[in-house]
Design a protein around this ligand. Sequence first.
Ligand SMILES: Nc1ncnc2c1ncn2[C@@H]1O[C@H](COP(=O)(O)OP(=O)(O)OP(=O)(O)O)[C@@H](O)[C@H]1O
Length: 348
Amino acid sequence: MATTTTGVAAGEALLRVEALALHYRTRQGAVRAVDGLTFDVKRGEALVVLGESGCGKSSLARALMRLHPRNLAHHGGRVWLGETLISELSDERFRREVQWSRLALVMQASMNALNPVVKVGEQVAEPLRELKRWPRRRALERAAEVFQRVGLPLDFMARYPFELSGGMRQRAVLAMALVAEPELVILDEPTSALDVLTQAAIMNVLKEIKRDQGTSFILITHDVATSSELADRVALMYAGELVETCSAERFFTAPAHPYSRMLMESVPRLHERRRPRAIAGQPPSLLDPPGGCRFAARCPARFARCAEPSPAFVPGGGAREAAGEGASESRHRVRCWLHAPSGGGEHG
Ligand SMILES: Nc1ncnc2c1ncn2[C@@H]1O[C@H](COP(=O)(O)OP(=O)(O)OP(=O)(O)O)[C@@H](O)[C@H]1O
């Protein structure tokens, strides 16, 4: 089994998520933003959650972190972190024992959420003082370590957020998420507001942390190119559901679900002559999603069976792999009738 430079065993399941759901209450009815997701993340692994805007990616992060809006209608499913069934913990125990200390979140645009009147070093040290009751000096010493880890000069500890560039502020937010040494960090579009060079620099920092400390990551993004930098595995969401999970290598070269394939074809490539192809149509409303496959209306490969509720995740490549077209991968899952054991061959 692979180990990181700190000796953490990579490869055992750290996070296991079963039938996770998060629905919002609105005047029009319940918005089923996260609608029964099942997946896992291994220790030391980076899972990239991809999907177009509005498919429920940020809601997935909120569901895992229990950051509920006022109009929460339903939060369900089971979540294990290591041996702990964290979904069963009371809110109080979840806050005390899990949030930030074992499971941290860097939210979209959180670099703008730093407190403008508190020095950055103090803010990075704050989780240790609040959660672990560490004395100020010890917390600041640890904050200094993490500052260096994320590539911030130490003298920036005494600066206020407005004295830092956007990229530096984002590194500070990352330092805050990492300071209590969580096992898993969820990053929701962590670099989308930054220029490409700064994006690349932050991705490198994440890669180093993963390699050296064995930290696991869930990186949420709609940006296929950036995601490929860090991804060990990919989970693709569509309209509140997962449609495919597999190794990054498999996803970027030979994905199985028609939506995954079309998404990859929509990405511009420098060295290819073909033009990127946009996916026609819109995702369905999450207020009343179709009972059958949610992608069917946009899918060129749809056939009669797609009107039936999609099959539960089946081992990927199903029919094609049985025909010898590709090597099977034990954690490759696809939610598509084309790949169900008896589903292939009828389409047209
Ligand atoms: N508090 C809320 N009340 C009602 N609907 C909500 C609420 N928050 C999000 N939604 C809806 O839930 C769906 C999923 O939203 P979410 O922000 O999770 O998607 P996303 O994939 O992260 O999108 P983006 O990439 O644009 O951030 C969308 O239809 C959104 O409008």
